[in-house]
Write a protein that binds this ligand. Structure first.
Ligand SMILES: Nc1ncnc2c1ncn2[C@@H]1O[C@H](COP(=O)(O)OP(=O)(O)OP(=O)(O)O)[C@@H](O)[C@H]1O
Ligand code: SF4
Ligand SMILES: [Mg+2]
Length: 398
């Protein structure tokens, strides 16, 4: 029996001392201004009530289509922009309640690595200066030790001491990302937001950077929020994964659970596109209809209902609550609502008679399927949506 959790609270968030970061019901709306009188005529609901927690020394992956609010979530958590609503608790303190001075002191502890390493490095400063600038500003080490300290940090990131006097344009893309990581690491952070840190790099360089991030995590006990489009990379690096759709978290779990048995129809579709390195494996790809709706005018009820082939009448009007479907595995979908039978039967009788398959939780949402694999969803029992898998081999592939 699934358990309904209070909206805005999610797995692990109860024990704050274990969690370095707890995000509760975070909202970030961008006002839409009219051309006359600059009146607010609406809002882009970029982040619309997101909750999660990250344990110390672990990595949470954040995935979802372009424009679903991943970067806005990250930037709001770091207070690079003000929130609309919600709480962000970093190491026991709400970062939105900190004064300017308190926030300045906290800054070195929370760092960010961006997608494009080149544009985030000043072209006019040599690397030693780029890495050392904030070290000096925040008095991370005594003045006389700064030079040695920068060398040690650079070496930890796979850079050489003689790189200090060279400029960003003299480095390759992978090296530049190492410089960005070194700059973040030099401030002795506890938390690093990695926003698409390897998307702009070649595949072989991506692996080097991911391995570097993992090594540094082990060495320094770092905690990461890792935003990426690349689901294979996220699977490789993350301990937990959150899936966002149109400003909301729709599924959250440990990586192995969510990759071996995604529950939300959106997650199933997203994960069905991950290539499997097995020539005998037949892909059963789920292709979603249409594009992501506008966050300025999101659909009513479940925001995914306009693209979900499992959509029921209730989905069009009632927003599904995040519930713990199995221990540690959270999903916001009416298919896992224990009251679904009563509600859906009364609200959706006509549709059931017309298209009985629409009510079957394990019906694929595919509109285009590549050849069905041996573990075709149609062969799965139809009565328990939580028994559904995405047709992929179970277990974490590493
Ligand atoms: N400063 C801003 N002003 C107005 N709208 C914004 C602003 N920043 C982001 N948005 C909007 O908020 C939504 C979420 O944007 P965000 O950059 O967080 O998406 P994302 O998931 O990171 O996408 P991508 O994967 O393409 O990086 C988008 O619709 C975007 O247009
Ligand atoms: S079944 Fe309903 S609640 Fe679940 S994802 Fe589809 S539209 Fe949303
Ligand atoms: Mg982004």
């Amino acid at each position: 029996m699934s358990e309904v959790k209070e909206q805005g609270v999610i797995a692990g968030a109860e024990n704050d001392s274990e969690n370095l970061l707890v995000v509760r019901n975070l909202k970030k709306y961008f006002p839409i201004k009219s051309s006359f009188f600059k009146m607010t005529v609406g809002n882009v609901k970029a982040v619309d009530g997101v909750s999660f927690s990250i344990k110390r020394g672990t990595t949470m992956g954040l995935v979802g289509e372009s424009g679903c609010g991943k970067s806005t979530t990250g930037r709001t958590i770091l207070r690079l922009q003000e929130k609309t609503e919600g709480e962000v608790i970093f190491d026991g303190q709400d970062i939105f309640k900190l004064s300017k001075e308190e926030l300045r002191k906290l800054r070195p502890r929370i760092q960010i690595i961006f997608q494009d390493p080149y544009s985030s490095l000043s072209p006019r400063l040599p690397i030693g200066e780029i890495i050392g600038e904030a070290v000096r500003e925040h008095n991370i080490v005594p003045k006389e030790e700064i030079d040695d300290y920068i060398t040690r940090v650079m070496e930890a990131c796979g850079l050489q001491e003689w790189h200090k006097n060279r400029y960003p344009h003299e480095f390759s893309g992978g090296q530049r990302q190492r410089i960005c990581i070194a700059r973040a690491l030099a401030l002795n952070p506890e938390f690093i937001l990695c926003d698409e840190p390897v998307s702009a790099l070649d595949v072989s360089i991506q692996a080097q950077i991911i391995n570097l991030l993992r090594d540094l995590q082990k060495q320094f006990g770092l905690t990461y929020l890792f935003i990426s489009h690349d689901l294979s990379v996220v699977e490789h690096i993350s301990d937990t994964v959150g899936v966002m759709y149109l400003g909301n978290m729709v599924e959250y779990s440990e990586t192995e659970k969510i990759y071996s048995k995604p529950l939300h129809p959106y997650t199933m579709a997203l994960f069905s596109a991950i290539p499997v390195p097995d020539p005998d494996y037949k892909m059963n790809r789920i292709v979603l209809q249409g594009s992501i709706p506008s966050p300025a005018n999101p659909p009513s009820g479940c925001k995914f209902h306009t693209r979900c082939e499992k959509c029921m009448e209730i989905c069009k009007t009632v927003s599904p609550e995040m519930r713990e479907v199995e221990p540690g595995h959270f999903c916001a979908c009416h298919l896992y609502d224990p009251d679904l039978d009563k509600t859906a039967t009364s609200a959706d009788t006509a549709k059931t008679e017309e298209k009985p398959a629409d009510k079957t939780p394990d019906k694929e949402i595919a509109i285009e399927k590549e050849t069905a694999g041996k573990e075709s969803a149609k062969e799965k029992p139809a009565d328990d949506p939580s028994k559904k898998d995405n047709g992929k081999p179970k277990g974490k592939k590493k």
